[in-house]
Design a protein around this ligand. Sequence first.
Ligand SMILES: C[S@@+](CC[C@H](N)C(=O)[O-])C[C@H]1O[C@@H](n2cnc3c(N)ncnc32)[C@H](O)[C@@H]1O
Length: 212
Amino acid sequence: MARPGDQGGGWERSIAEALAAGQPVADTRFDRLFGPALQRLAALHFTPVAVALEAAAWLTAGGADEVADLGAGAGKLCLVGAASTGARFTGIEQRPGLVQVARDAARRMGLDRAQFVQGDLRTVPLHRYRAFYVYDPFSEPGAEPDEWLDPCPPTVDREADVARLLARLAAAPAGTRAAIFCGLGGPTPPGYRLVETIAVNERGDALECWER
Ligand SMILES: C[S@@+](CC[C@H](N)C(=O)[O-])C[C@H]1O[C@@H](n2cnc3c(N)ncnc32)[C@H](O)[C@@H]1O
């Protein structure tokens, strides 16, 4: 991982350039951006590059010029989206350590249009976004205290949190797009129609593309 002050410019920028050129980038190569500890967790908890490309393309094809990733982790969706589309991607993440990793990766990749905000997706203002990405923010793994760099309050009531998130999506104007990876455990966004479901692997994981 690059040291503070290191502007990157080598292999990190070549990843952004490859994505911009439509060339394939392996997850093992991309996840090196996050350093060894997170690299091991990325396969389980972060969006695969191929899925991020599909999601970013869908979310911006409706005309949105800014996409919010609700529970951004180390920023993988935003980094891939900013590299592969012309839109701005904002990651909202509660864990300050992950926000720092994401900002550092964006700087090293030379991606000004990927930005990261530390905050709670249940309460941060969402009015300005017309496109949302969601990957399983409320099912915390049986995490070791340091597994995600810093501890955070466990989800107390997953059902209530999902309902709250769906109500926030429902309050968005017509035309808003939402890409949901691996579902939200049953409920669907009220007022949205399912436009497409993209199967992404043999386990049955899917990317759902919704429009309000
Ligand atoms: C499964 S990871 C997905 C990361 C990223 N979206 C990706 O696809 O690579 C879910 C993330 O949601 C974050 N999260 C969970 N609850 C949150 C909340 N209330 N506000 C902000 N972030 C939250 C977790 O800290 C975790 O980083």
